[in-house]
Design a protein around this ligand. Structure first.
Ligand code: SF4
Length: 463
């Protein structure tokens, strides 16, 4: 394992967009093979060439999280033109193909003009890709969710945790009321619900109770993701304490889930970056869905080309069944797995009226900006779409200003123009990138408050 030096972080070459999904698969397989990480349990390079691509549609946010990955200059950056975003969406599609997961994110994406937000989701869907809205939920209404669902949104991921310092919600337990409200707001819409929780020194002990809440609403929530505290961006909380590791967070999740969870059967990219577990939920109880890693590996490889649509579980189950009928060699293994699971879960299946759903757990271990591991950056499965190409989210966060302050060349019919990110204007002549020192920084409230307090202390100090 080797860390990138700060010079290497600044100068690391940006990967070009893959020429085609075949090229993307080829790149993913090559890097995993070179790192000794290619195996049958690995989803990357088998099912997909990339876990997901983040499309940052604004740098603005209406919160000021203590672990925010944005830059101090983000608030000064205007919303990037729609033409450029469409171009990036088209590049994602050409590179990774249909069914690619595209995270519509920011900043807070709902701050973007509503018509434009809907147009972005429509564009992603029209190409057969899956759009996920990554939101803190503050500006989300039932009406907006209906419009997004009509536009083709697949998932809505609510980020709720104590790093956001929402007034009146001092603990994770208090935030469950808000989580509940968000889940109810989506009820009945064809959207899959996800929750993101940042695990930090202040809420580590509360993770089991948060998971317990997710477990109680497992019929309405599909995926919950826990992101580990990382020293990046404009957040003030900085590096995590020693207690927070992927292993300890996995143990906390298992405590709340009330069952052991196998996080090593289905891999998503580098094992130091992500862990993925899937539980079967029935009658308010969870059961480990991946407790037979050899079976998971067989099925993952065999079904690699089958598309699973999270928003249409019945259609997906039917497709899987049809596929299984055509593969008699797997019947014995599948039937014995179903029989074993069914027997183990029999009481919950009977008591729950045979309603069985899935609840997936993801642990994402972002890296500190000053400690980027070269191998993980190379095998990154979570990239940000930029005008130059896809960039590892960790690398992007470590040099965010270089990306967001760079003028963007806009391609329209006629002569090209250059969009200036801090003025939002377009000129026909090339403009130099804006230096962070030139930005009239719009500090977030927390920083402003601290700056004001400091200057107040200075002015009242005895001379
Ligand atoms: S390099 Fe960073 S963004 Fe990429 S998968 Fe690893 S932790 Fe995630």
């Amino acid at each position: 394992m080797r860390y990138l030096s700060s010079k290497e972080v600044r100068s690391r070459r940006i990967e070009s967009w893959p020429f085609s999904p075949l090229d993307a698969f080829d790149r993913a397989r090559t890097i995993l093979r070179d790192l000794g990480l290619a195996n049958a349990n690995q989803q990357m390079g088998q099912r997909w060439p990339i876990g997901c691509v983040a499309l940052e549609i604004t740098q603005r946010c209406n919160l000021d999280c203590t672990l925010c990955y944005l830059s101090e200059n983000s608030e000064a950056v205007k919303d990037i033109p729609l033409d450029e975003l469409f171009l990036r969406i088209d590049s994602i599609f050409k590179s990774y193909g249909p069914n690619t997961d595209v995270q519509v994110t920011g900043g807070e994406p709902t701050l973007r003009d509503r018509k434009e937000l809907l147009a972005i989701v429509r564009r992603i869907r029209s190409l057969g890709m899956r759009a996920t809205l990554m939101t803190n939920g503050i500006r989300v209404s039932r009406k907006l969710l209906e419009q997004l669902a009509e536009s083709g949104l697949a998932d809505v991921a609510f980020h709720v945790d104590t790093t956001q310092q929402r007034r009146g919600y001092a603990t994770e337990a208090a935030l469950n009321i808000l989580r509940e409200r968000y889940v109810n707001m989506v009820a009945g819409l064809p959207l899959s619900v996800m929750f993101n929780t940042t695990v930090h020194d202040g809420n580590f002990d509360e993770i089991p109770s948060v998971v317990s809440f997710f477990r109680s609403r497992a019929s309405d929530i599909r995926t919950v993701s826990f992101q580990l505290q990382a020293d990046i961006g404009r957040g003030v909380q900085r590096a995590r304490g020693l207690v927070i590791t992927p292993d300890t967070v996995a143990a906390q999740i298992e405590k709340g889930a009330g069952t052991p969870i196998t996080f090593s059967a289905s891999l998503i990219g580098h094992p130091s970056c992500s862990r993925y577990g899937m539980c079967l939920a029935a009658n308010g109880n969870l059961h480990d869905g991946f407790d037979d890693p050899a079976f998971v590996a067989t099925m993952q490889s065999a079904t690699a080309a089958l598309a699973f649509d999270r928003t249409q579980p019945t259609a997906t189950a039917r497709r899987l069944l049809v596929w299984l009928v055509r593969h008699p060699a797997l019947w014995t293994r599948v039937l014995s797995w179903v029989a074993r699971k069914g027997w183990k879960m029999r009481n919950d299946i009977l008591a729950g009226g045979a309603h069985v759903r899935t609840l997936s757990f993801i642990i994402h271990n972002f890296m500190d900006a000053a400690q980027l591991e070269e191998d993980r950056i190379s095998a990154c499965t979570f990239k940000v779409a930029t005008s130059e190409g896809p960039v590892s989210m960790c690398l992007h966060n470590a040099r965010r200003d270089a990306f967001i302050l760079k003028p963007v060349r806009i391609y329209r019919a006629g002569s090209p123009s250059y969009w200036n990110p801090t003025s939002g204007t377009e000129t026909t002549e090339f403009v130099e990138p804006v230096e962070p020192s030139q930005v009239g920084v719009v500090q977030k409230g927390r920083r402003k408050r601290r700056t004001n307090e400091r200057s107040a202390r200075k002015s009242y100090a005895p001379t």
